[in-house]
Design a protein around this ligand. Structure first.
Ligand SMILES: [Zn+2]
Length: 259
């Protein structure tokens, strides 16, 4: 894979105020006083974040450097799964609908060309974010009101930050940040059930499988990680029941477990 900055707990944005209205991005915070504390993007998290530069990189990040004000357990902004170094990707080539459509087909994940880490920032092989994990990290590294390649983050992902955009449900090519709540699967129907967003649990999502092997593999993977955050890329439509949506799942490219 690409050169990685290493370490966890590196947020690309934070807030100046407790109400999380006044956003500040790490790349505009280079001049900021290193002793100024900022608020974690997660409202439930009381971490105090400080701007930090990363050795060998132009990037700066917000980190919870004070032992008494670390990220709460399960705060995604203290988790390396949400790390996204935009320097490693070619934004200009990113077309959201194509990226999702590529996840929704049952081919094996393309064997990605490995870029030797010596190439550092990865310029020679820079490609747009492709895998679900990459796109998810991208979505979590920016505010839902930000855009990437002209597309608003909140229109890519349903999570607790973007739910205001989905008052009547979740339709079309969308990534959902989901969790297990109650019944997880139905072997007869070859269906797996999740809820999203993870805090409000407003909507139920039905993953529908036609292939038995895929069903068993993904059902087990989700079952074994039922206390974790499950991210699914789907083409969602109404299931016919109120607040329930369904998508076909063709393979593991559509599923990411956030540990
Ligand atoms: Zn936090």
């Amino acid at each position: 894979m690409f050169y990685k900055l290493g370490g966890k707990d590196m947020a690309k944005y934070a807030y100046r105020d407790k109400d999380r209205k006044d956003i500040i991005y790490s790349d505009e915070a280079i001049e900021v006083d290193r002793n100024t504390a900022f608020f974690c993007p997660d409202h439930k998290c009381n971490a105090k974040l400080y701007i930090c530069a990363v050795d060998g990189s132009k990037s700066a990040y917000f980190r919870a450097t004070k032992p008494n004000f670390k990220h709460i357990k399960n705060c995604l902004f203290g988790n390396s799964s949400t790390e996204f170094d935009s320097n490693n990707y070619d934004e200009s080539q990113f077309v959201y609908e194509d990226a999702i459509n590529n996840l929704l087909c049952n081919t094996k994940p393309s064997s990605q060309k490995r870029i030797p880490s010596a190439h550092g920032t990865g310029e020679p092989g820079a490609h747009p974010p492709r895998t679900l994990r990459q796109i998810y990290s991208l979505c979590k590294s920016l505010s839902v009101r930000d855009t990437y390649a002209g597309k608003e983050i909140g229109s890519m992902i349903l999570d607790d930050r973007s739910k205001y955009r989905y008052p009547k449900g979740c339709f079309g090519n969308r990534i959902i940040e989901a969790t297990v709540d109650g019944r997880l699967y139905n072997d007869e129907k070859k269906e797996v059930y999740l809820v999203s967003p993870i805090n409000s649990k407003k909507y139920t999502f039905i993953l529908s499988f036609s292939d038995e092997d895929n069903y068993k593999k993904i059902r087990s993977e989700i079952y074994n990680n039922r206390d974790k955050i499950i991210v699914i890329a789907g083409k969602w439509e109404s299931s016919g029941e109120y607040n329930k949506f369904t998508s076909k799942v063709y393979g593991t490219k559509q599923v990411a477990i956030i540990k």
